[in-house]
Design a binder for this molecule. Sequence first.
Ligand code: EPU
Length: 342
Amino acid sequence: MRVEHRASLRDFNTFALPALAQTLVRITSDLDVRRVVDHPQHGVAPKFVLGGGSNVVLTRDVAAVVLKVEVPGRRLVETLDDAWIVEAGAGEPWPDFVAWTLDQGWPGLENLALIPGSVGAAPVQNIGAYGVELKDRFHSLDAVDLVTGRGVTLDAAACRFGYRDSVFKHDGFGGLAGKSVITRVRFRLPRPWQPVLGYLDLERKMAETGNPRPDARTVFDWVCAIRRAKLPDPAVVGNAGSFFKNPVVSAEQCRDIIGRDPEIVHYPLPDGSVKLAAGWLIDACGWKGKTVGRAGVYEKQALVLVNRGGATGAEVVTLARAIQESVYGRFGIRLEPEPVIV
Ligand code: EPU
């Protein structure tokens, strides 16, 4: 267990925002979490769990003990008749893990290729892209309780997955936000493999290439190409992916909005409600490519806020608020941020 004091978090958040951790503890095993729990000071101090730092906006220094999860490892747990069960340590980078499963011949995660972040953070916000959500491929995870130091294994029901949501994002009754550290995640990759190709961008690729039956590697390559064309690489331009969730409105509200803006991008959901494309709403308010202070709205995708160089978390939040106000002013819809704002 490595402990650092007044450690810079700039390299540990994909927005590249400046902030210090009073205490930073690197966690490489379940035992490390127990050592923190048993520690006379750290045990009783508030804790902040940091994964790949791809879903956080740091607006100030962090007084809590920051637990940086670096648990390594990846392995095939079991080959069943109808699935491969594959496991990874929470500290493994998600994009590398997806590429590795494909290299090993265990497809199923290809639609989730190239999403920045760590394996341990993936269930926290139930990452999703191109028609697949983490919950569709989830088996179980191991976590260590930050009060008792006890290890637990949670299945999908216990994780309470929702759209970019899980039990790990809630701190109310029964919520686990800040209460446990995810150390390993297992995935259930169904066999035989079935492609998921219903998303518009993938349908376009099928038409463009004249290939209606892509294999998993091809879907992987397509998803990587689509993402690279639309989303900034955090290694080059600081960002946290989509900054807002796509809002869900009632069918009635949607009819109203369509009446005024017929071209609004929307997707009907099974329960009768309608999901609206937040990127479209922000774009329609004229924000694409704009800059406020040193924070900006990405030129190719209005849902992504970027660090134009040297931005602070406060500048990002100021820009986010201005966007929320203008979308509310024009459409009467409140956009909810996706990343955790600290
Ligand atoms: N759109 C615009 N202008 C924009 C951006 C989008 O008009 O500036 C329109 C697009 O033309 C499209 C629609 O909005 O018709 C939706 O855009 P897109 O397909 O790019 O997806 P999204 O809703 O913006 C969501 C996820 C992404 C995920 C993609 C692909 C959320 C909040 N975001 O984006 O996830 O990669 O779908 O599945 O659900 C993330 O969470 O960080 C993330 C990148």
